[in-house]
Design a protein around this ligand. Structure first.
Ligand SMILES: [Zn+2]
Length: 382
C-alpha cells in the first residue's frame, strides 16, 4: 500500500483524471481499487465519500486508511492499466456548498459567541452541526446573517499545508488534536480551520446559507443546515406547502399558521360537542334497549365510548355487561362487572378466542380476533 496522491487537495473542481491501477482486491461488496492518484474524496470528518466511475466501473464508496485511498467498485480493474476517473460532480459540488457553508457558520458562531463546533455530519440528505453550548433564536439569526454576509462579499477560500513554524504562529479552529500534516482552510476575513475536505473557491459559490431546526443535545445544540441548491429546493418545498395551505384555507401565505391554529381550535370544539352527543346517544340506547340484553355490538365506537357504554349497561342492568365494536381483524371490546365474576368470565372468554387486553376495578378492555358469527354464537344474546 502506498500513500495515494490527493488531486482534490490541489483543485477541488477537478472532476476528471487518469490514474494507474496499483491494486484491486475482491471484497464482500465489490472490489477495492487502489490508484496512484485520485480526485475521489474518501469518507472523512463526518462527510460521506464522493461517487462516480473508474472506466466502466461504478464507484459506490471511497475509504482512506493510513493515507491509502480505496475505491469500492462493482467490477474489477487490471493492475497496471491506466484508467479514466470521473466524479459525480453534482454530488461533489453539493457537498462543497454545504461543507464550506458549515465552516462559515461555525466560524461566525465561534467568533460571536465563543462556542466550538464539536460535531459535523454531511450526507446526501442531511447536514447537521453540533455546538458545545446553547444558542438563542436571535443568536442563530445573527450568525446566519453574518454567514450570508461572507457570501455576498464573495470571500475567497484558500487551502494549504503550512510549515510547522507557520502553523505554530496561527490561531485556527480544529475539532480534535490532529497529527500528521495539517491542512488549513482559510476564508478571507471570516475563518481559519483545519480540514481535509474539498471546498469552494469563493463564498459566492455557496449561495444561500440557511440554519433550520435546532435541538438540544448533550448540553449544546444540533443545527440543521441547508446551503446553495439544497436551500433553494427547501424553499421551493416550503413555498409549495404554504401556497397550498393558503389556498385550502383561503388566507394569505403569511397567515397560514394563524389560520391552522383557528382551525385546530374549531376542531377541538367540534370534537367536544361530538363526544357529548355520543354520550347522550349511548345513554338513550341503554335506556331504550332490551332490559335483558347485557352484550351489545355497536360499530363506530372508540375506546372511551366502549368503556362508557359498558359501564352504563352495568349500572343499569348489573351482572356482566359488554360492548363490542368492529376493528380491523376483529373487535374492540369493554367488559364491566363485579371484579371476581368478571375475571372468571374474562378467563373463560380468553380460552375460546385470541384475545389481547386486560384491566382492573371491574373494567376490562381489549381486542379479540374473531368473526361476528363466532362472537354471536358464543354470546348468543349479542
Ligand atoms: Zn471542514
Amino acid at each position: 500500500m502506498s500513500v495515494t496522491r490527493k488531486l482534490y487537495d490541489g483543485d477541488s473542481f477537478l472532476a476528471e483524471f487518469s490514474a494507474t491501477v496499483l491494486a484491486c482486491q475482491e471484497t464482500e461488496n465489490g472490489f477495492a481499487v487502489e490508484l496512484d492518484q485520485t480526485c475521489f474524496f474518501p469518507e472523512a470528518g463526518g462527510q460521506a465519500s464522493d461517487r462516480g466511475v473508474l472506466g466502466k466501473a461504478t464507484v459506490s464508496d471511497v475509504q482512506i486508511q493510513n493515507g491509502t485511498i480505496f475505491h469500492l467498485t462493482d467490477r474489477p480493474l487490471t493492475v497496471g492499466e491506466t484508467v479514466l476517473g470521473k466524479l459525480d460532480f453534482a454530488r461533489r459540488f453539493d457537498f462543497m456548498q454545504n461543507h464550506s457553508g458549515e465552516h462559515i457558520v461555525s466560524g461566525a458562531v465561534h467568533r460571536l459567541y465563543g462556542l466550538d463546533n464539536v460535531g459535523f455530519h454531511l450526507s446526501e440528505d442531511n447536514v447537521t452541526l453540533d455546538f458545545n453550548g446553547l444558542l438563542t433564536r436571535e443568536q442563530l439569526l445573527t450568525a446566519e446573517r453574518e454567514a450570508n454576509r461572507a457570501v455576498t462579499e464573495n470571500a475567497a477560500f484558500r487551502t494549504w499545508y503550512p510549515e510547522a513554524r507557520e502553523l505554530a504562529s496561527l490561531d485556527y479552529r480544529s475539532k480534535k488534536e490532529l497529527d500528521g500534516d495539517i491542512r488549513l482552510v482559510e476564508i478571507a476575513g471570516y475563518d481559519l480551520c483545519a480540514c481535509c475536505a474539498p471546498h469552494v473557491k469563493t463564498a459566492g459559490q455557496i449561495g444561500l446559507i440557511k440554519l433550520l431546526d435546532t435541538v438540544k443535545l448533550r448540553g449544546g445544540v444540533r443545527i440543521v443546515l441547508k446551503c446553495g441548491w439544497r436551500a433553494l429546493a427547501d424553499y421551493n418545498c416550503k413555498y409549495d406547502n404554504c401556497r397550498d395551505i393558503g389556498n385550502l384555507l383561503s388566507v394569505k401565505q403569511e397567515e397560514t399558521a394563524q389560520a391552522v391554529r383557528r382551525l385546530q381550535e374549531q376542531l377541538t370544539e367540534e370534537k367536544q360537542k361530538n363526544a357529548a352527543q355520543k354520550r347522550r346517544l349511548i345513554e338513550t340506547m341503554i335506556a331504550l334497549g332490551d332490559p335483558e340484553q347485557r352484550m351489545v355490538l355497536e360499530n363506530g365506537l372508540d375506546g372511551k365510548e366502549l368503556q362508557l357504554f359498558a359501564d352504563g349497561l352495568f349500572r343499569r342492568k348489573g351482572g356482566i355487561c359488554g360492548v363490542f365494536t368492529a376493528v380491523p381483524n376483529g373487535f374492540g371490546f369493554a367488559l364491566c362487572g363485579e371484579e371476581q365474576p368478571l375475571n372468571a368470565f374474562f378467563n373463560e372468554f380468553r380460552q375460546h378466542f385470541s384475545v389481547r387486553g386486560g384491566g382492573r376495578n371491574g373494567l376490562i378492555q381489549g381486542t379479540v380476533s374473531a368473526s361476528e358469527e363466532s362472537l354471536k354464537s358464543y354470546f348468543h344474546f349479542l
